[in-house]
Design a protein around this ligand. Structure first.
Ligand SMILES: [Zn+2]
Length: 424
């Protein structure tokens, strides 16, 4: 089955107009905040989405104190007993760039040349920045006005889900099973699933977050955090011989022993790394914080072993020095869980192909809400939302990608009806 032009046009207009509206709502999260959600402004979007979900026919909508929005959409007649699926996207935008006063600009019928920004004459977007641009010639590209990020990550995902829900209301012949919509706060600061209520989620979910058109992400990093505390001994520098143990100086020597070839700036594809992202201290105490990333958990375990051996060496080399290492497993590669639920992957792959798009099964050199959910028993692969160059002033999304992702959602819901339809 292919959708009619009428449905395609409806999805395009819905996804585009909703996207343009959502990006103008300031929802930047804040990693330094200890409250949940990290910023109250995320409620501004959450309230709008909750009321829109009600208007679009959800039987029940919940906006909770942690700023999670849940919408429960009943199945169409005859499909009440098929497996429910969850559609997830995040409301916050990255603190890496300004997200206030976003003014989206549509560059219609893109000609393959340089894109300029009205509010930032020095900034340009070229196919060198993003080779994918060449594929979008003739499409309409949405960017920011150049002084903020756009917020396609992940308001594109939200707009696509809402467009699909609107289509189910407008075209009641589009059959689907029970659907649970979930919009989360604070994904960009790693807390997107911290307060999620698993009781509301069905057994299988999909996130629509990031990624170029056609991407289906079923693997992410296996992720660790390592805190290394150096405890030195302070003595008057004039009388320090054989007595002072300078923690910060030793910390610098220590981090210089991390294999340079295994750092983010020297790795790509399936290669893992150590990433030192914080170092502070003085003579008495110093602290280094690293993240470790790899697609194979055994490689990260080797990295932890290496740090432990280095610590032993340094403690031998500097009598009086004490180094404490604490490690924390942030999230696992979701393939570990997803491979046991092949139908979740296969139905998504099929939906992307049905929408007439080339399927690209890819790996995420990062984590997603889906990785954490998969580990907690809810297999959740990630489907493209269509945007590119996230977390930057040059972030953009083709309007047609918004429409295609919305189509994928409709096909996906249809694919979960197959077993029931076969029995009919
Ligand atoms: Zn995202």
């Amino acid at each position: 089955m292919k959708f009619s032009k009428e449905i395609e046009n409806f999805l395009l207009e819905e996804a585009k107009s909703r996207f343009l509206k959502y990006v103008q709502i300031h929802t930047t999260s804040d990693e330094n905040s200890t409250s949940d959600p990290s910023t109250d402004r995320q409620f501004d979007l959450a309230k709008i989405l909750a009321s829109e979900l009600k208007e679009l026919g959800c039987r029940k909508v919940i906006l909770d104190e942690y700023c999670y929005v849940y919408g429960f959409l009943d199945a169409t007649k005859g499909y009440e007993d098929v497996q429910a699926i969850g559609l997830i996207a995040h409301m916050d935008t990255s603190p890496a760039e300004k997200g206030k006063n976003v003014q989206p600009v549509i560059h219609e019928n893109y000609d393959g040349k340089v894109i300029k920004y009205p509010k930032n004459p020095e900034l340009i977007l070229t196919p060198e920045d993003s080779p994918e641009l060449k594929k979008f010639i003739g499409m309409d590209i949405i960017t920011s006005s150049g002084d903020t990020l756009l917020g396609a990550d992940d308001k594109a995902g939200i707009a696509e889900i809402m467009a699909a829900v609107a289509a189910w209301q407008k075209f009641p012949f589009l059959d689907h099973g029970p659907i649970v919509i979930c919009f989360t706060p604070d994904e960009e600061i790693g807390r997107g699933t911290k307060n999620i209520n698993l009781e509301y989620l069905p057994a299988y979910c999909y996130t629509f977050d990031g990624g170029e058109i056609g991407e289906l992400e079923i693997e992410c990093f296996d992720a660790w955090k390592a805190n290394i505390q150096f405890n030195g001994i302070s003595v008057h520098p004039g009388y320090a011989k054989n007595r002072m143990v300078n923690a910060i100086e030793i910390a610098c020597r220590f981090v210089s022993q991390i294999p340079e070839a295994e750092t983010p700036q020297h790795t790509e594809n399936r290669e893992g790394f150590y990433h030192l992202y914080h170092l502070e201290g003085d003579c008495v105490k110093a602290k280094a914080v690293l993240i470790l990333r790899d697609f194979e958990s055994k490689n990260n375990k080797k990295r932890i072993k290496y740090l432990e051996q280095l610590i032993a060496t340094f403690e031998t080399r500097y009598p009086g020095l004490k180094i404490d290492l604490t490690t924390e497993h942030s999230y696992e590669n979701m393939i570990v869980y997803l491979k046991k639920h092949q139908q979740v992957i296969q139905k998504a792959a099929q939906a992307i192909k049905q929408a007439g798009i080339e399927l690209k099964e890819t790996i995420i050199r990062g984590g997603t809400d889906g990785a954490r959910l998969s580990a907690r028993g809810v297999p959740t692969p990630n489907i493209f939302a269509g945007g590119l160059l996230f977390h930057s002033l040059k972030e953009y999304v083709p309007v047609q990608a918004l429409e295609k992702a919305a189509e994928v959602i409709l096909y996906l819901a249809g694919n979960w009806l197959e077993e029931k339809q076969a029995k009919k």
